[in-house]
Design a protein around this ligand. Structure first.
Ligand code: C2G
Length: 134
């Protein structure tokens, strides 16, 4: 039987357990997991701040996780269709903060939204560190 490829996207800045869990669960939807890691420029446009770890570091960290088979730089949110086709993905997995946003890709892949891990976020960690340090 043909191999099933899963694709997912994210910034994965200051990697935490919410990221690891969504990647582990995404991997269960197929045989191969490919991850698009947001470029520094895309992250700045989405969140209005520079990531703590630059894109090369974030790519290296995500690429070294056990469940991840390949990584690439996600340059734009508008290129999802191109990325799905280029990586021959059968399933697109996203956290449910993106619920409904990628349903238009249902014609070329299965689209799955997974519940986020509660009470943890990169922004929260950064705030916690900066408050404890001051
Ligand atoms: N996540 C999660 N639980 C959390 C935090 C994050 O399940 N507590 C998931 C998100 O839902 C997402 C993935 O981890 O699926 C990566 O999260 P971010 O790094 O915050 O990604 P984001 O900046 O939302 O980028 O094209 C889409 C974007 O690139 C997604």
């Amino acid at each position: 039987m043909a191999e099933t490829t899963v694709i997912t996207f994210g910034t994965f800045d200051v990697l935490h357990v919410g990221h690891v869990r969504v990647l582990n669960r995404a991997a269960e939807f197929g045989d191969r997991l490919v991850v698009g890691v947001s470029s520094d420029a895309l992250n700045f446009s989405k969140k209005g701040r520079k990531p703590i770890f630059d894109q090369d570091e974030r790519l290296e960290i995500v690429a070294n996780l056990k469940v991840v088979d390949a990584v690439f730089v996600e340059e734009s949110l508008e290129l999802k269709r191109e990325y799905v086709l280029e990586h021959r993905a059968d399933v697109l997995v996203m956290g449910d903060d993106w619920e409904g946003k990628f349903d238009f890709l249902n014609d070329i892949c299965k689209v799955v939204y997974l519940p986020r891990t509660p009470s943890i976020s990169t922004t929260g960690i950064i705030e916690h560190i900066s408050t404890s340090a001051s």
